[in-house]
Design a protein around this ligand. Structure first.
Ligand code: LMR
Length: 332
């Protein structure tokens, strides 16, 4: 009798344990390297909020956001995604070179005239195709998020390309960006985002390129006297997930998450420019640095100096793809 009671008790305990297990939510760890008050930071938090509020996902999916390289920084985050230690990332488009050469297109200097052109390319057939260009490597692209156009910074004024000659510039892990600074006879140095402030402070590098929101949220204006509003390139993101994880999700959950991602993408891409302009204003108000505006002639000089980089990469990227991106500058 005692044995039977014990057996029944054990069976009940096991059922309860497996029920509890079945009810465990799917955890999506979303790791990134920037601050919360940036387009990507805001996007990650909005994704978390909308998943939490969604009645179909309630108790089924939990999103954890790790900002400011607090879980994984550059260099480690992609490996973590492939190992299943995180489920979502949104690396800058400059950081995919190891996995696809085509995505390097977004680093070509002076390719897009404005974010509207970037939108047309990303949402067009070529841009959409690039989202699955790494599927075979286990990385699936879900969306493009904007940050914005890049500006130059240094501790001396950069008005003409010759002003950059001999200076050391921090670049993201991108061969295109390395070549861009070499074309100016400057010295590029690949450093992770988390290292930027200190590298500028200690003089490891003399300057860099980034968006207003990344500059302001990292307090780069404390360690850079001059910013040049060059709008010479782009910092945007591909939101990516581990392909195996994504394909293994129950179909209804995956569809719901895709819907939410689409909503978040619209919102991020709508807000990004305003966030950057707000950050620029904060830098102006801080009175730490001078912002240099280029004359059209000066900007044309920068374009002329950086453009030879295109020829070096058109083979790897594909001339047709570059042509499609250039065409996106013409509004329909
Ligand atoms: C950088 O490394 O400069 C940026 O791409 C960081 C980011 O994610 O915006």
């Amino acid at each position: 009798m005692l044995t039977l009671t014990r057996a029944l008790f054990c069976a009940a305990a096991l059922t309860m344990a497996s029920l509890a297990q079945a009810a465990d939510p799917i955890v999506i760890k979303f790791s990134h390297v920037v601050a919360d008050n940036t387009p990507k930071g805001q996007g990650a938090l909005l994704f978390k909020k909308l998943v939490e509020e969604d009645q179909n996902l309630k108790d089924k999916v939990k999103v954890e956001v790790y900002a400011n390289s607090s879980l994984f920084g550059d260099g480690k985050e992609m490996e973590a995604l492939l190992l299943g230690d995180v489920q979502m990332l949104a690396p800058s488009l400059a950081k995919f070179e190891q996995y696809t050469k085509q995505v390097q297109i977004f680093d070509l200097p002076f390719l897009f005239n404005d974010l509207a052109a970037v939108n047309r390319f990303q949402q067009g057939p070529e841009g959409i195709k690039l989202l699955s260009s790494m599927d075979e490597k286990g990385i699936h692209g879900l969306a493009y998020w904007h940050n914005g156009l890049k500006q130059l910074s240094a501790n001396q004024p950069l008005r003409e390309p010759k002003d950059a000659r001999g200076l050391k510039f921090r670049v993201q892990a991108s061969s295109v960006l390395e070549e861009q600074f070499k074309a100016l006879h400057a010295n590029p140095r690949k450093l992770s985002f988390a290292e930027v402030y200190q590298a500028l402070q200690t003089g490891t590098v003399n300057g860099t390129e980034n968006t207003w929101s990344n500059y302001q949220s990292q307090k780069v204006n404390e360690v850079q006297k001059y910013f040049t509003e060059s709008n010479h390139g782009l910092i945007d993101y591909m939101v990516i997930t581990n392909a195996k994880f994504w394909n293994g999700l129950p179909a209804d959950i995956r569809t719901e998450l895709e819907k939410i991602m689409a909503k978040v993408t619209v919102e991020v891409n709508k807000q990004a420019e305003a966030l950057n302009q707000d950050a620029k204003q904060k830098i102006i108000d801080a009175k730490t640095s001078e912002i240099i505006e280029l004359t059209p002639e000066q900007r044309a000089e920068w374009r002329k100096a950086m453009r030879p980089v295109w020829d070096k990469f058109s083979g790897e990227i594909g001339a047709d793809l570059i042509k499609a991106a250039e065409d996106s500058n013409k509004s329909q």
